[in-house]
Design a protein around this ligand. Structure first.
Ligand SMILES: *Cc1c(COP(=O)(O)O)cnc(C)c1O
Length: 489
């Protein structure tokens, strides 16, 4: 198994370790597997495996230059003892669907699923590639990736992590989680812009050959912990298989098709579900759920991707994204034409849009506005006593609209991407409380929520307001490069 760039085609094949270490391809494209492998064991054989064993069965097909021991050891270090649920990712039935709870890790969001593992894969990759430099991990975050990356990499020898987050675009709990992060090698920075500004800034730093040269002379090399890194995507395939098996009432149902509905921002999580489908997971439709920033919904409806619109700050900030980077990977897989992808991305750069006709669509686009997701939170809590966060609510509300619109009654698995405690103010507001989102005391709502639903605050976030704020760096919207140069050169 080798990897190549969406913009270069298979002329330049690299190994998994090289692709993971580089993050983004030198031509600005994203690394993709030269072919999406099929599972080499039957679904029946996989049915009863533990999360870690199942993870091995998936990862071994992608990380072919890693040994079995390296992969198993990395999985063990990533997941064992780090999650607050014995199943790692439990499946809960409520509201007529199944929720795949991906938020039981150290930072209470699904990003942990990959970012607990990535540091191990990255340091092994560095060894395999004979790298003698410190790896500087640059990350743009809409709130969850940054924290998960810093937590995953904290005090990992030979690495440091710089995280750019939108200054006014993350929840208070997300801010506190980042600003209080411990570890000598982690640096969150508030960028005075939105997530797309942060992502563009980081991509521009990666594309800057002169800067790369200069930091290389100082003993550093850049890599990425964003989902542009293939090492982020592959671990995310695992839980769709795991969730599928947990959703079935018995092994007799193996082979039955399901729908998967994913609250989507950068298109990484749902792309992992698409890979799972290509690998043999029985999936009918992949429902791509957007919030009010519904650029993907419009794309699936019209075939035109158009980023010429204002980014709206919503109560699902991790989905407040207009440029969904991982869509590029899907478009390559569907077209097999790297020249075409290069053209599309250049159109996106110059005119802000491109057209791409998707035939035989395995995807259904849907979206939910703020009031629709708030209603969904209230409704499912009052009916079934099950509380979902604002991102998962976008998916659930979108699913309800999709089912109504199409009459598709296929059993549906919803990726539940964050704990409701991470977005307590908005969740309380959805439940009918007067919780103001802009208050500096927003963390108080964590405890209000806990007493309202009579469930203890997760230990990952309990007492966060008492931790010292260790990071106060702020940089202007176009100041990321200057900041990084200042630190490294
Ligand atoms: C990152 C994130 C998303 C969006 O996932 P993508 O892979 O970027 O599409 C959704 N919900 C939460 C809570 C997230 O942190």
């Amino acid at each position: 198994m080798n990897y190549f760039s969406t913009r270069g085609g298979d002329k330049n094949l690299v190994t998994a370790s090289k692709a993971i270490l580089s993050g983004i391809a030198p031509d600005g494209g994203l690394y993709i597997p030269s072919e999406v492998p099929k599972m080499d064991r039957s679904l029946k054989e996989l049915y009863n495996l533990s999360y870690n064993d199942l993870a091995y069965e998936v990862l071994k097909l992608y990380l072919t230059d890693f040994t079995e021991e390296e992969i198993r050891d990395s999985i063990e270090k990533a997941y064992t003892g780090k999650f607050d649920n014995a199943q790692t990712v439990p499946v809960v039935n409520a509201g007529g669907v199944s929720f795949l709870e991906l938020f039981h890790g150290p930072t209470l969001a699904f990003k942990d699923m990959a970012l607990c593992l990535l540091p191990h894969l990255l340091t092994l990759s560095a060894k395999k590639q004979g790298l003698d430099k410190e790896i500087v991990i640059l990350t743009a975050t809409s709130g969850d990736t940054g924290k998960a990356a810093m937590e995953g990499f904290r005090d990992t020898p030979g690495t440091s992590v710089y995280v750019f987050y939108p200054k006014d675009g993350v929840s208070n709990a997300q801010y506190l989680q980042m600003a209080t992060q411990e570890g000598k090698n982690v640096f969150p920075i508030a960028l005075k812009g939105n997530f797309d500004d942060a992502q563009t800034a980081v991509k521009n730093i990666f594309a800057d050959k002169e800067l790369a040269e200069n930091i290389s002379n100082k003993g550093y090399v850049f890599s990425s912990a964003n989902s542009i890194n293939i090492g982020r995507l592959v671990p995310q395939i695992v839980y769709y298989f795991y969730g599928y098996f947990k959703m079935l009432s018995s092994s007799n149902e193996i082979g039955k098709e399901i729908n998967i509905c994913v609250p989507t921002g950068n298109f990484g999580n749902i792309l992992a579900a698409w890979y799972a489908k290509q690998m043999g997971l029985p999936v009918n439709k992949l429902i791509c759920a957007s919030n009010v920033n519904k650029v993907l919904f419009d794309f699936f409806e019209t075939g035109v991707y158009d980023k010429n619109r204002d980014l709206i700050i919503s109560s699902s900030p991790s989905m407040d994204i207009i440029i969904s980077s991982n869509l590029e990977r899907l478009l390559y897989h569907l077209s097999g034409d790297s020249e075409k992808i290069k053209g599309l991305m250049s159109n996106l750069n110059t005119t802000g849009k491109y057209s791409f006709e998707i035939k035989a669509n395995e995807f259904a686009g849907e979206y939910a506005l703020e009031n629709e997701s708030f209603d969904a939170i209230k409704e499912i809590y009052e009916k079934d006593g099950y509380l979902i966060d604002t991102h998962t609510a976008v998916a659930y509300a979108s699913y309800l609209k999709y089912a109504e619109r199409t009459g598709d009654g296929t059993d549906t698995l919803i990726a539940s991407t964050a704990s409701p405690y991470k977005f307590s103010a908005d969740v309380l507001a959805a439940l009918g409380f007067d919780a103001k989102n802009d208050s500096n005391q927003e963390w108080k709502y964590i405890y209000d929520l806990s007493s309202y639903i009579k469930s203890p605050v997760p230990s990952q976030i309990n007492g966060i307001e008492k931790k010292p704020v260790l990071h106060k760096d702020v940089c202007p919207k176009d100041g990321a490069k200057t900041f990084i140069s200042g630190r490294l050169i």
